[in-house]
Design a protein around this ligand. Structure first.
Ligand code: ARG
Length: 579
């Protein structure tokens, strides 16, 4: 089903071609405007100069050539030359009756998209920053898959580097299979801190740790085995969080820093051979064009330290090369915190200069803003210790349990548990998704769990309410097949508004995906739920005047539910059966 804007855009292309010639077919003029009409087209003003004619005259000529009588009321020209368009209720009804309102819009050119997200660090606790990149990245992955693009998830975990010497030695000290070792998967920070304190206090341990790093980098087999054990414990921890969060990351999506070990030397050699890398104080550096420091001095991206070691930048250069060349992606998204903006700009620039990233491939840093505590600082526990993510999520679920307990629905304990999980986790995820990804927001469970406002529980409740209306209709003997095929009537303004809102889904989801902006989908779903609420207040459904009208309104409600479930679904949020 083409979207309403797509339909109008096609009609305008034909009109502009007929009026002014082929060259004018590609003007994209249509915007939604609830104030004056359903849509407003602004073609005349931008064309005035080109056509050397008055905008109002251009608008008149355009309208004379515009064939929309089958779908719209007669177009009206307003102001200096805007064209106002209002769909006929018959057309809106026919479009809804044709089905597919909750389906993905047609994707004429499916893309391959690498999405780098989550990316926590081995033997460390995931923090709220990782929570947010995980949630936003997963929503983008689901959205693109829904649209028919191929998504390659890349969980670029921090699984390599100098701390692994100390971590491996500590693992040996506590015993590889001991309970203390298993702590890496239960409370990673405690394990890390223990290793760290020993490293700082015990000279012999520090020495052992350093030589262990050398062995690790040299590919010593026993050391690699220990490293694998350590990564395995962490993987268990990540997977526990992922399953709690209901995100789609699997072991197969792991593409940690270590993945690129074998090609780092090659990456450096290639950059040197291309004349892009130069030695500076013993370190091999690239100075990408356009990056200068405070004094105007060129800024380096260090790709090989003076001790011969490689760092974060080298790994990311290898990663982008692999994504563009080996994985053959059209887009590479990096869902990572805003503080790393400069790093990615430099990496992208170097990759372009090196010819690894052709113009046809876009590399995009989807910047993730901070999650703040009520004090306006990065969220931490009261004691200032880093927050335990699992505990935070469990708290959201237990608070949701309190809300569920107030519900009028008589849940079994098991159901109550399940609903609290869907609502609590949904609330946390939705809070991450409903604000622009690059802004910071305050983590506030009360606000996230509020039953009214732009929150997951509000939307979930709207969905659950429609399900309950459907169940009541069934109990009253309304024929389900009749509802599924009912003629839709849009005589009431609230019905019409709801229809327009429903039919906006296709555009919004495509825009949210193109611009990596899940919050636009959230805003849309919130508007849809509100449109449903007004409709439900103004238009009796189960006690509608006639059986036909009842069937029409039940069908309209069912379509809203489909869109809500599909929209929340791509955000990674479920709608409970009852709430
Ligand atoms: N592990 C890094 C961190 O915790 C994030 C990695 C992001 N991805 C990347 N390709 N650099 O900050």
């Amino acid at each position: 089903m083409p979207s309403l804007t797509a339909t109008l855009t096609d009609r305008f292309a034909a009109a502009l071609t007929a009026a002014f010639g082929e060259d004018f077919a590609d003007r994209d003029p249509v915007i939604r405007s609830s104030q004056f009409a359903d849509f407003q087209a602004n073609v005349a003003l931008p064309l005035a100069k080109e056509l050397k004619s008055k905008p109002r005259d251009i608008a008149t000529t355009t309208v004379d050539n515009l064939e929309v009588s089958d779908i719209c009321e007669p177009p009206e020209i307003s102001g200096p030359g805007f064209i106002n368009l209002t769909f006929t209720p018959e057309f809106l009804a026919r479009t809804l009756e044709a089905g597919g309102a909750a389906a993905a819009p047609e994707n004429a050119d499916p893309q391959r998209i690498a999405i780098d997200y989550s990316a926590p660090n081995v033997a460390k606790e995931m923090h709220v920053g990782h929570l947010r990149t995980t949630v936003v990245g997963d929503a983008l992955a689901r959205t693109h898959e829904f649209l028919g693009n191929t998504v390659i998830r890349q969980n670029h975990i921090g699984d390599w580097g100098t701390p692994f010497g100390m971590l491996i030695e500590h693992l040996l000290d506590v015993g590889v299979d001991s309970e203390a070792a298993a702590e890496v998967s239960e409370n990673p920070n405690a394990f890390y801190q223990a290793a760290r304190s020993k490293f700082d206090a015990d000279e012999a341990f520090a020495t052992r740790s350093r030589s262990r790093v050398v062995k690790l980098q040299g590919g010593d087999e026993e050391t690699l085995g220990l490293w694998t054990r350590l990564v395995g414990y962490s993987r268990d921890y990540f997977n526990r969080i992922y399953s709690l969060l209901d995100v789609t990351l699997r072991d197969d999506d792991l593409a940690g820093e270590s993945t690129y070990n074998d090609v780092l030397a090659e990456v450096c050699d290639e950059l040197e051979a291309k004349g892009l890398a130069t030695l500076s104080d013993g370190a091999l550096c690239v100075f990408p064009a356009g990056f200068t420091g405070r004094e105007g001095e060129p800024l380096p991206l260090i790709i090989r330290k003076s001790d011969g070691g490689y760092g974060y930048a080298t790994t990311d250069l290898a990663a982008i090369r692999s994504r563009a060349i080996n994985l053959g992606v059209d887009r590479a998204l990096y869902v990572v915190g805003t503080p790393q903006a400069m790093h990615f700009e430099m990496v992208f620039t170097v990759a372009r200069e090196a010819g690894w990233l052709p113009e046809t491939v876009s590399a995009e840093h989807v910047k993730i803003g901070n999650v703040l505590g009520s004090d306006g600082k990065i969220l931490r526990t009261r004691s200032g210790a880093p927050l335990r993510l699992a505990e935070l999520l469990e708290e959201a679920v237990s608070r949701a349990k309190a809300t569920v307990a107030e519900s009028t629905v008589d849940f079994t304990d098991e159901e109550a548990e399940e609903v609290a999980r869907i609502v609590g986790i949904g609330a946390v995820k939705y809070a991450d998704l409903s604000v622009a990804h690059d802004t910071s927001y305050t983590f506030d469970l009360d606000r996230m769990l509020a039953p009214i406002g732009n929150t997951a529980p509000y939307l979930q409740y709207a969905g659950a309410r429609i399900r309950s209306i459907g169940r009541r209709a069934e109990a009253e003997g309304v024929d389900a097949a009749g509802v599924a095929n009912a003629a839709i009537s849009l005589e009431q303004p609230a019905e019409r508004e709801l229809a327009l809102s429903i039919l906006g889904f296709a555009d919004v989801i495509a825009e949210a995906a193109a611009g990596s902006q899940p919050h636009r989908l959230c805003t849309y779903l919130f508007d849809l739920a509100q449109a449903f609420t007004s409709f439900y207040e103004q238009c009796p459904v189960l006690i509608a005047d006639t059986p036909e009208l009842r069937a029409s309104r039940l069908r309209l409600s069912a379509i809203v539910l489909e869109v809500l479930v599909a929209g929340l679904g791509v955000l990674g949020i479920r709608v409970p059966e009852r709430m």
